[in-house]
Each structure stands twice: as structure tokens, then as C-alpha cells.
Design a protein around this ligand. Structure first.
Ligand code: GLU
Length: 308
């Protein structure tokens, strides 16, 4: 099997990212698999090379190694263009002139709460060439959308089971500013990198059906997914910078050891007893399907934070 870390270098690695990375790494290593690192710097405005360097340092410090680093997303535009061309040749791509505001939420971050959004109503699906020309003449720049299959596709997830999940309408594959959309990029990248197993946070479960539908349209294999529970801030929201100093680098600077951090993260997922441990010591007997299913809420008194 081939697993991967796929961090977005838009900030420092926080404990939630580290916890997901630990689970992905343990899954690969316990199964004798390979682990890849791919920097997901698709969004040039938000991503910085210094964050990518810091993430590599943090992973290495935590003892989470990788066998190879594959090309970052910022160098893969030709691959995305080729995939888009294949969809286009089948008549599946159309220009969408809906406003940026309407589109921002669906096209940008992988973590926008995609799954809760209403499906695109198909406003621009059947525009005539004359209508498109008029919109272009008004200076409107189109995004590109793919006609998706109606209904649901079967998503195979090792933790959530195999079940049909709604695709949720036509998906944007290229934004009006020319940036390729995450949904297309991740599908193309995982296939190009030969990734067989994707372990990632369960906030992405809602957009997985869209990715599987794109895989099917492009004739790419579906990796085995495992969406693991996230780490939440004390307010129950997905962990983010506003929750304070929860970056791995902050804990490290404050004197926490990698064993402290790894032990606490593992303990939060029901692996080991929460005592300090090196990642490599947790490989033996690790079974991903046995990790705790509940999100870990990071309360102020959490022992791991006492170092700072
Ligand atoms: N780059 C995404 C992130 O940092 C991960 C997406 C994925 O694992 O598919 O959250």
C-alpha cells in the first residue's frame, strides 16, 4: 500500500494536523507500506514555502518519516490541464459565469463545509453560445464546471463503511482566476502518485463523493479512504489558529519533547496509554479501524498544553 501526507502549507502544523499525520503514518508503517509527502500548495495566495519547510521539520521531529516527496501541487498545472482536456473532449466541461461570491465557497478550501451546501442549481449548464459571448463581453470571466452524474456514488471508507453518498451537483474544476480547484487536483495527484490509501480528517468526508465521481469520469482508481475524527477546539469547532498556541512548533519551542506530543496524540485516539512514546514504538499491533471514533476536544487543561 502507498499512503501519503498531503499538508497545505498555509500555516504551521497544529496538533490536529499532527494527529491525522500520525494515524496515516502508523497505518502505512504497520502494514509495511510506503509513505509519500506531497505539499498541497494549490492556492498560491495562502501557501508559503516557509510553512512547507516548517511542516517538513515538524514531521521529521515527530518521527513521522516519508519515503519520497512527490511534486508539489504548484508544479502540476500541466497534469490538471490534461485532465481537464480529457473531460472537455467528452463534452463534460462548461463555462460558469455565476459571481465570484457565489462560487467562492464551493471552489476554494477543501474544508469549506461543502457537504452542507446546496448543490449547484445548474444556472449556466445550458447557456447558448450567444449568451456566453454576451457575458464575456460584459467582462465576466468564467469558471469551469464539470457535469457530474446525478445522484450518488459508492464511497469506500474503512471507518465509515461503503455506502452511496450524494455527489451534490456540478463541480468547479477551475476557478475564474485560473486556479485549478482542489477537488480536481487531489484526484489527479493521488492517481499520479500511485496512492492506494488516503487517511485524512473527516471534515473531508462530505466532498469525497465528488472526488470519487471525478475519478470515475477520468477512469482513475478509487483509493481506500479512511476519514479519521478531527481534533476540535474547546468550542467544538475544527481546530484553528484562533484557538491559540496549538502549533507543534510552539510546543517544541516551549520545551515539549516529540515523545510527549506523540504520546498525547496517540492517547487521544485510544492508542497506548497517553504516556510519552516515540512514533515508532506505536507501530506494532496498530490497527486503524480500532482508533477512537470521537473527535478529541482540546480543553485548556489538556496536559499536552501545560508545557506552554
Ligand atoms: N491538503 C489538505 C489539508 O491540508 C488535505 C487533503 C487530503 O488529505 O486529501 O487539509
Amino acid at each position: 500500500m502507498v499512503g501519503r501526507f498531503a499538508p497545505s502549507p498555509s500555516g504551521l502544523m497544529h496538533l490536529g494536523n499532527a494527529r491525522t499525520a500520525l494515524l496515516a503514518w502508523l497505518d502505512a508503517r504497520a502494514r509495511g507500506g510506503e509513505m509519500l509527502l506531497r505539499i498541497e500548495d494549490l492556492d498560491r495566495d495562502r501557501c508559503r514555502p516557509e510553512f512547507a519547510r516548517a511542516i517538513r521539520d515538524d514531521l521529521a521531529w515527530l518521527g513521522l518519516d516519508w519515503d519520497a516527496e512527490t511534486r508539489p501541487q504548484s508544479l502540476r498545472d500541466p497534469d490538471y490541464t490534461a485532465a481537464l482536456e480529457r473531460l472537455s473532449q467528452r463534452g463534460l466541461v462548461y463555462e460558469c459565469f455565476c459571481t465570484r461570491r457565489e462560487l467562492a465557497a464551493v471552489a476554494s478550501a477543501p474544508h469549506s463545509s461543502d457537504d452542507r451546501q446546496a448543490a449547484y442549481p445548474g444556472t449556466c449548464r445550458e447557456l447558448t453560445e450567444a449568451q456566453r459571448e454576451r457575458l464575456r463581453a460584459e467582462g465576466r470571466r468564467p469558471a469551469l464546471r464539470v457535469r457530474m452524474p446525478e445522484g450518488a456514488v459508492e464511497v469506500r471508507d474503512r471507518l465509515h463503511g461503503s455506502r452511496p453518498r450524494p455527489v451534490g451537483g456540478d463541480v468547479i474544476v477551475c476557478r475564474s482566476d485560473g486556479l485549478y480547484a482542489y477537488q480536481l487536483a487531489v484526484v489527479v495527484d493521488d492517481a499520479a502518485d500511485g496512492v492506494t490509501d488516503v487517511v485524512r480528517g473527516d471534515d473531508l468526508l462530505g466532498s469525497t463523493a465528488r472526488q470519487v465521481a471525478l475519478q470515475q469520469l477520468l477512469g482513475l482508481p478509487q483509493p481506500a479512504y479512511a476519514h479519521v475524527p478531527l481534533m476540535l477546539g474547546e468550542d467544538g469547532e475544527r481546530l484553528a489558529k484562533r484557538h491559540g498556541a496549538v502549533a507543534v512548533a510552539d510546543l517544541r519551542a516551549a520545551g515539549a519533547t516529540a515523545r510527549d506530543v506523540v504520546g498525547a496524540l496517540a492517547g487521544s485516539a485510544g492508542i497506548g496509554d497517553g504516556r510519552a512514546a516515540a512514533a515508532a514504538e506505536l507501530i506494532e499491533g496498530f490497527e486503524l479501524t480500532r482508533v477512537g471514533r470521537r473527535p478529541w476536544r482540546l480543553a485548556p487543561g489538556t496536559p499536552i498544553l501545560s508545557a506552554i
